[in-house]
Design a protein around this ligand. Structure first.
Ligand code: SF4
Ligand code: SF4
Length: 294
């Protein structure tokens, strides 16, 4: 019997209009043929989502590159948002592309995880895009990569957005040992959940929803527990695939990425994020200030 399922989709698309120096997809262009391969995989995935009506479905697009510069992602997200059994459609984006397509979606189901890259856009432009989302009534979080050199940009974006917009900071794990106490205080003053991201959470042997009610799927339909454990569970497009989903303990030592550790049962972050789990919006930020384990 089917049960509610969350699918993180990451197809072949691996191009991006931005050029972040730490990213392998920076300024990478794809040929028409490569876009066609992505489009075909996306159509197949979309058809599966639309036909899998047996239980609620939440879909989170976590592309290698930037998906919202491609109209095919707008079209599929719009279609999915109107499907009665699809309860959430979320995407990670740099928020550079046009946003008018969102008017056609069921906005109550949309969620955007928007990252502000101050080296590749201006504060005014990024804030303008956020204002447009607010006008449209689209739920979104805004995040910045936690380089100490980004502190002035982080301060500026926090000031420019309403207090009700959650601004998260992703710890740069390589730099974590060099963060000063002042950096940590600053990051935490902006993002009360920063230490959850800074901490590599012990996960081996721990119960995690990944592989039970959450899966990660690639363009061929290969389904894995999450983006961090390579062993496949099976193929999404096999008729009996969901029989493979069951409770499992994590086989990695630690889990350090939001899109993974939010599914670790013992962290109880589902209570913190509630319906905003995928797009990273806590239900009540003030209630989270005392509960981090770090
Ligand atoms: S916006 Fe994202 S995908 Fe694009 S270069 Fe920067 S980190 Fe990579
Ligand atoms: S704890 Fe992280 S690495 Fe382990 S199964 Fe869950 S999401 Fe995957």
């Amino acid at each position: 019997m089917s049960r509610a399922l969350t699918v993180l989709y990451r197809g072949p698309l691996s191009s991006c209009n931005y050029g972040c120096e730490y990213c392998p997809f920076a300024k990478r262009h794809e040929t028409n043929e490569q876009h066609e391969v992505d489009a075909k995989a996306l159509t197949r995935f979309g058809d599966w989502c639309l036909q899998r009506t047996s239980a609620p479905l939440r879909v989170f697009f976590t592309p290698w590159g930037e998906a919202l510069t491609q109209v095919r992602y707008h079209e599929l997200m719009t279609k999915l948002s109107h499907a009665p059994h699809v309860t959430r459609v979320a995407v990670q984006t740099n928020l550079s592309a046009r946003l008018d397509w969102l008017k056609e979606t069921d906005r109550s189901k949309l969620g955007l995880w928007a990252t502000y890259h101050p080296d590749w856009t201006t504060l005014d432009r990024f804030v303008g895009q956020c204002e447009r989302l607010l006008e449209l009534g689209i739920r979104f979080s805004v995040g910045v990569v936690g380089f100490p050199a980004h502190r002035p940009h982080i301060e500026a974006i926090r000031k420019a957005l309403p207090a009700s917009t959650y601004v998260w900071i992703n710890a740069v794990k390589k730099l974590a040992p060099t963060y000063t106490q002042d950096d940590l205080r600053f990051f935490e003053s902006v993002d009360p959940l920063f230490r959850f991201n800074l901490t590599p959470h012990p996960s081996r042997g721990q119960a995690c929803q990944a592989g039970e009610s959450v899966i990660s799927v690639d363009g061929d339909g290969t389904a894995r527990r999450c983006h961090f454990i390579a062993t496949p569970l099976g193929n999404l497009y096999d008729a009996d695939f969901e029989a493979a989903l069951r409770p499992r303990a994590c086989s990695n030592d630690t889990c350090g990425c939001h899109i993974g550790y939010v599914h670790l049962d013992y962290l109880e972050l589902r209570k913190v994020f509630g319906a905003g789990l995928l797009e990273r919006i806590p239900t009540d930020l003030s209630a989270t200030r005392i509960s981090h384990p770090g």
